[in-house]
Design a protein around this ligand. Structure first.
Ligand SMILES: [Zn+2]
Length: 95
């Protein structure tokens, strides 16, 4: 009996590769969808703490990405949407 492959790959592996801020597991701009799910689970009941954590990461990412490519780095609005926007306005739970 073998475990399904999806069960072996945990969301913990979806961590940021700094200073590029790409996901180590899937290569998407971090936080990728699995990383967001993991963060929501990890900070369940601590929404403010999650937003504070994400804002500190946003500052780190803004610095790193600007140093890597001063002219091509994402702007403040893009970084806000990417790091905080998705978590700042949680959808009401259904069911
Ligand atoms: Zn990922």
């Amino acid at each position: 009996m073998t475990a399904p492959r999806a069960a072996v790959t945990t969301s913990r592996s979806h961590l940021p590769l700094r200073p590029l801020w790409l996901c180590r597991a899937c290569g998407a701009p971090w936080p990728c969808a699995p990383a967001k799910l993991a963060l929501v689970r990890e900070y369940a009941g601590s929404h403010v703490t999650l937003c504070l954590y994400l804002s500190s990461l946003l500052q780190d990412a803004a610095t790193d990405l600007h140093l890597l490519d001063p002219h091509g780095a994402p702007g403040p609005g893009q970084l806000y949407d990417r790091f905080i926007g998705w978590a700042a306005h949680p959808r009401p739970t259904t069911g």
